[in-house]
Design a protein around this ligand. Structure first.
Ligand code: DC
Length: 235
């Protein structure tokens, strides 16, 4: 497997972890712009593997089949644009469709997938300034990050955010043109949370030394300001 990314100017490495719907992506992108950091969305990589494997007809419960599928897979995450390419195909839109969340969560339980993606991510983190978001960045991918944050929010708020996100996108609609209902988004999110937190290999957890930011009742801009202030105070 291979990956590509850009480098920024300040030599700082920031790890952002947390469950789905806490605002990691928007917050990380805004911080990347502000501090001139390379931005890496590791969830997008798990999503690309899940969608790629499913399109190729690979049984994602079969670790051996996944291993052989991954041998020839190439993932390119363009740090500048946030676009993701899987074996040369632009998967940027596809990985945000509702089924991609479940596929990503299922493949991310597999040690073989984690090993391959963590190696790619460690490579992207090497030597340059970066902000990387995911579930295991502060614990596994960049345990020596200069800054570690754990974003959290109530289940209700997170489910509502995801629901509104889907409702704003035609690609998330079903055959009848409707976006997934809130109750379905909420149920799927609970299942994914459970898998992410309870899997054996690098489960979602707060890294030692990470600062928790509860985003339930504050705006994205406020979250960015809060984190930026902490970073600025220390650099
Ligand atoms: O952040 P996201 O919703 O795009 O992540 C999709 C899935 O990928 C999520 O269910 C957990 C998994 N994931 C992971 O296991 N480790 C990461 N570093 C990032 C995502």
């Amino acid at each position: 497997m291979s990956a590509a990314g850009n480098k920024g100017f300040l030599l700082i490495r920031v790890a952002i972890d947390g469950p789905g719907g806490v605002g990691k992506t928007t917050v990380s992108r805004l911080l990347a712009e502000r501090f001139c950091l390379s931005y890496v969305d590791t969830g997008a990589m798990y999503r690309a593997v899940g969608v790629g494997a499913s399109e190729a007809g690979v049984d994602i419960s079969d670790s051996l089949a996944l291993a052989s599928f991954l041998e020839d897979a190439e993932i390119i995450f363009e740090a500048g644009t946030g676009k993701i390419f899987f074996n040369g195909k632009d998967f940027t839109g596809k990985i945000r469709e509702p089924e991609a969340s479940t596929l990503a969560s299922l493949v991310s339980e597999k040690t073989i997938v984690r090993k391959a993606l963590v190696a790619l991510q460690k490579n992207l983190a090497r030597g340059g300034s970066v902000i990387m978001e995911g579930r295991d960045i502060g614990t596994v991918v960049m345990p020596d990050a200069d800054f570690k944050f754990f974003l959290d929010a109530s289940h209700e708020v997170r489910a509502m955010r995801r629901h509104l996100e889907f409702a704003g996108k035609n690609s998330a609609c079903d055959a009848k043109g409707s976006a997934p209902e809130l109750k379905d988004v909420s149920r799927d999110m609970r299942k994914r949370d459970e898998r992410d937190r309870e899997r054996e290999d690098s489960p979602l957890m707060k890294a030692e030394g990470a600062i928790t930011v509860d985003t339930s009742e504050i705006s994205t801009e406020e979250v960015v300001e809060l984190i930026a202030t902490i970073i600025e105070e220390r650099i």
